[in-house]
Design a binder for this molecule. Structure first.
Ligand SMILES: *Cc1c(COP(=O)(O)O)cnc(C)c1O
Length: 357
């Protein structure tokens, strides 16, 4: 039996109607009597998918002329390398904000490519908060931030003012709330947390940032090459792009980022209210930096974990165990998760408290 309430941290839940449409397209796409998976990416039917996907990203982020949108393979992890490779001048340096595992991986790749400076970090408290009030140096080539720290359950609720372009890893909160894309120079996000299946990574970037590094570029790692090729320099991850397009259509049809922002706020408020109220659970992060996407919490009596695990599994809940680095539990509340699923989980937490507190 399929678990009814999917709290997986990634790949994450997708809207049921999107999964239905995606499965139909695997058999008969656009009434071609062919599968989406067996036609040329250069056919006009797939070109239309690519065009619509890119247009929806632009519309949702409110970005226009001077911006390009790409869907590439390699995951967000490849962007950890492509960003410095394309934006970090051989004589320059890049500023990084260290907010956890993913930020660290981005820093590691950038260090291999050029000079970096970590300008703020929450490592001192095991990444349980988001650094604030740090100064971004005006001579850096860019500053790199992570908007949502998937593993620790922290999120930037306000973005810093910056004299240099902001590069943001939005893998786990892309399109989860109203965000003005124009505040950034480059935004990237792996599809599989909040947008679609694994395989594609969305990159939105200001084209004027390119061509300044003084570096001889490998084609596959060069944003300019992919822009020139219309995101089809090589065969793109067609299925992931198609399902991402369906999810973005679903978002737009329901009211866009304002609608999903309200819904995600309601879910996370319900979740954190129960974590704070319940005597058997406690949150793991600074209250003001709590993520609307990944609510992390631990049990005050860890010896009861097997009892709790039994209860939520019986309620049809799946994917609730925390990341191995944090332990405890993590309720991922991505866009497609219904409000109803959160109520089911908080009901289980209440029943658990009644039984064991
Ligand atoms: C999951 C995740 C990544 C890694 O994504 P891959 O597509 O697996 O490379 C990077 N950054 C953040 C914030 C993530 O949540």
């Amino acid at each position: 039996m399929k678990p009814a309430h999917n709290f997986s941290a990634g790949p994450g839940i997708l809207p049921a109607e999107v999964l239905q449409q995606a499965s139909e397209a695997c058999i008969n796409f656009d009434n071609l009597n062919l599968s989406l998976l067996e036609i040329s990416h250069r056919s006009k039917n797939f070109e239309a998918v690519m065009d619509e996907s890119r247009a929806l990203v632009k519309e949702l982020l409110g970005i226009g002329d001077g911006w390009q949108v790409l869907f590439l393979g390699g995951g967000a992890s490849l962007q950890f390398a492509m960003v410095p490779y394309n934006l970090l001048r051989t004589e320059g340096y890049a500023a990084y904000v260290n907010t956890g595992v993913w930020a660290n991986k981005a820093i590691k790749e950038a260090k291999t490519i050029g000079n970096t400076k970590v300008i703020a970090s929450s490592e001192d408290k095991k990444y349980t908060y988001v650094p604030k009030g740090f100064e971004i140096p005006a001579d850096a080539d860019y500053v790199h931030i992570t908007s949502n720290n998937t593993i620790y359950g922290t999120q930037m609720h306000a973005f810093p003012q910056s004299p240099v372009p902001i590069v943001c890893d939005m893998s786990s909160d892309i399109f989860s709330r109203p965000v003005d894309g124009n505040k950034f120079g480059l935004i990237y996000a792996g599809a599989q947390k909040n947008m679609g299946p694994a395989g594609a990574t969305m990159i939105a970037l200001r084209e004027d940032l390119l061509g300044k590094t003084g570096r001889k570029m490998l084609s596959m790692l060069d944003y300019a090459v992919h822009i020139k090729g219309g995101s089809m320099y090589n065969t793109p991850p067609v299925f992931s792009i198609y399902v991402s397009m369906l999810t973005l259509r679903w978002l737009k049809k329901n009211g866009g980022l304002a609608w999903i922002g309200k819904r995600n706020a309601e879910k996370s408020e319900t979740m954190y209210a129960e974590i704070d109220r319940n005597s058997l659970f406690t949150g793991t992060t600074a209250v003001e930096d709590r993520s609307q996407m990944n609510a992390t919490f631990v049990m005050t009596k860890p010896e009861l974990e097997p009892e709790f695990d039994k209860m939520w599994k019986e309620a049809g809940i799946s994917g609730l165990r925390g990341h191995r680095d944090v332990g405890g539990y993590r309720a991922s509340l991505y866009n497609a998760l219904p409000v109803e699923s959160v109520k089911v989980l908080t009901d289980v937490m209440q029943a658990f408290e009644k039984k064991f507190a």
